[in-house]
Design a protein around this ligand. Sequence first.
Ligand code: GLY
Length: 371
Amino acid sequence: MLETVHVDLPGRAYDVHIGPGLLQEAGTRIAPLGGRKKVCVVTDRNVAALHLETLRNGLSAADIDMAVLELPPGEATKSWPYLTQAVEWLLDQKVERGDIVIAFGGGVIGDLVGFAAAILRRGVRFVQIPTSLLAQVDSSVGGKTGINAPQGKNLIGAFHQPSLVLADTAVLGTMNARDFLAGYGEVVKYGLLGAADFFDWLEVQGPALAAGDMTARVEAVRRSVQMKADIVIRDETEQGDRALLNLGHTFGHALEAATGYSDRLLHGEGVSIGCALAFELSARIGLCAQEDPSRVRAHLKAMGMKTDLSDIEGELPDAQGLIDLMGQDKKVVKGQLNFILAHSIGAAFVTSDVPLHAVSETLSDALAARR
Ligand code: GLY
């Protein structure tokens, strides 16, 4: 049940292996990269408690030793203090240019450790071993690394491609349902942005996938990663097409900011609601049929995902307040808000040509539905 997606970037090509049991094979997968028989693993305490021994055994099967730094779980770790800690720890471990650093965890660990690897000795190699669905289908692939700033998410960072990604889908079995479904928001995003047939497949297979069907999980991760790889190969540094991957993120980031990047709304939940709003907006300005947002929302709801603003507890700013928060987003270009809208399910495009009153009306209607 092992699948491989090749990310064919010139001079920086790498494989993403996907399937159950890859932690046990980590040593034999990493050994061909060469370097010393010792790797530095940065992880978080939750992942360490669940999976570190399996990784240790997998590495030692190929005579690879590991040193481990455990950081606290949670978004607050994606910040200067923990970047400093990770970089200084890696220097203390005497990591050399040819060595391998391993990011073992979800999106927070992947982004932080990838950035540490990017700046350490002007760039050392790193391997992503993503342990959440979100990290397996999105953040571990494509080389975006970084930390958050008080001014906004992911504002400090670098493009630094991993040398290998091992997406062990058996590990997803230890995720709680809320985190899993938040990651599924990113899976749905791929169908919505560029593959109507994948969205059709998810409508049918989504419930089995959520219930633990391994074949469906591997296929969903493979398809998502293949779509991401194709886009990243075309546009590594987001001059154009890569922005499609931000479908749902302009709304989603504003909602995350409005909820203080807290447990009130996980990133993938913001993406899920954001995708629904992007389709509402697309229909409102006549870009897609009214049935499309209804179908998007029906699938998200059927999966038990956060879909509407009424699924967010507590106060939210008014429409103008949310639009102001969108203005903080790093996708703002020359002061213009960029949106990813759609002509239909599977046909998204990037535009800055969106009437603000339509955005405002979309948000006002969504807010009114909360009352
Ligand atoms: N997560 C969006 C990207 O990698 O471009």
